[in-house]
Design a protein around this ligand. Structure first.
Ligand code: HXC
Ligand code: NAP
Length: 266
């Protein structure tokens, strides 16, 4: 039986919530009864997401907003708080990614990803703090690249490592207010822009051999974790960076073990 979560009467805001994994997260909160606001740069993405979320029958808002611009993030929070009241669930998931060898990456190419993923997350946290309800759940969307070095991902590895530490520090600073701050690190998720960019020849992981569970994850599996983390079932979880990756982030350790076995067998 699927676990049921009820967020009726709660307000959720999802930055970067107009497509992909983050939209699935926003959709799950709307389906669970929350009023949901989503924000991203492109009007067309915002409009399409708002239309989809409205199908659940609750209150929905959409904001055109670039997380690199603190003022546009603040404006979105001001509007939500004025119309709906304090924010109970805050998700920061806006991100940019592309494959690029570090030696060929321009200063601006490195900076753009750090600006969106890391500085953008700080802006969302900083502007959102004063609008959070006591007991709010804050979730940052990170990636295993935060702790596993991956070729052609220097910009993302650096940015997401920063997101993880920001998560832990804010859990320390905001815990006394009852606010829990956690991060979800999705492994490769099928049907996403991220995997279309990073795994263009196999974006759904049909030939994947390096994940113990033998497949890419689904957007719903990330959304389910976000619901759990924001529920009373997770009331003592804070400062955690939780991989949701089919065990895939341990594969690099297995590679080292394998190398050890080969060495021992010489
Ligand atoms: C090298 C590149 C590049 C590429 C852009 N740049 N694409 N460099 N290879 N493929 C460089 C540009 O040349 C420029 O540097 C600088 O980056 C900024 O580029 P802009 O196009 O001006 O940036 P902008 O319009 O702000 O767009 C941001 C973006 C874009 C990140 C570059 O791709 C974007 O909007 N992405 C959002 C969607 C997305 O990426 N989704 C996937 C998230 S998945 P110069 O020097 O020329 O000025 C994800 C997965 C993580 O994060 C982990 C998975 C397991
Ligand atoms: P996606 O569909 O491209 O989602 C990124 C979202 O962020 C979009 O809604 C985009 O909308 C928005 N966005 C981008 N730049 C922004 C900015 N400057 N300001 C505001 N919004 C911005 O990608 P996804 O693959 O679903 O990834 C979603 C999240 O999961 C990201 O944090 C990513 O790092 C993480 N993740 C993904 C995977 C995966 O397998 N896909 C794995 C690990 C982690 P606009 O273009 O309208 O701005």
């Amino acid at each position: 039986m699927d676990v049921q979560f009820d967020f009726t009467g709660k307000n959720a805001v999802v930055f970067g919530g107009t497509t992909g994994i983050n939209l699935a997260v926003a959709d799950a909160f709307a389906a669970a009864g929350a009023s949901v606001a989503v924000a991203s740069r492109k009007q067309a993405n915002v409009d399409a997401a708002v239309e989809r979320l409205r199908a659940h029958g609750g209150k929905v808002s959409g904001f055109v907003c670039d997380v690199r611009d603190m003022d546009s993030v603040s404006e979105a929070f001001e509007t939500v708080a004025t119309q709906w009241g304090p924010v109970d669930v805050l998700v920061s998931g806006a991100a940019g990614n592309f494959l690029a060898e570090a030696a060929a990456l321009s200063s601006n190419g490195f900076k753009v990803v750090v600006d969106i993923d890391l500085n953008g997350t700080f802006h969302v946290m900083r502007a959102g703090f004063e609008h959070l309800s006591p007991g709010a759940s804050v979730i940052n969307i990170t990636a295993p690249q935060a702790w596993i070095p991956v070729r052609y991902q220097a910009h993302v590895c650096a940015a997401k490592a920063g997101v993880d530490q920001l998560t832990r520090v804010l859990a320390l600073e905001w815990g006394s207010k009852g606010i829990r701050v956690n991060a979800i690190a999705p492994g490769p998720i099928a049907g996403t822009e991220g995997m279309a960019r990073l795994s263009p020849n196999d974006p759904n992981g049909e030939g994947i051999k390096t994940i113990p569970l033998g497949r890419f994850g689904s957007k719903k599996e990330i959304a389910d974790l976000a619901l759990f983390l924001s529920s009373s079932a997770a009331s003592y979880i804070s400062g955690a960076v939780i991989p949701c990756d089919g065990g895939g982030s341990h594969e690099s350790i297995r590679a080292v073990e394998e190398a050890g076995r080969v060495f021992a067998a010489r």
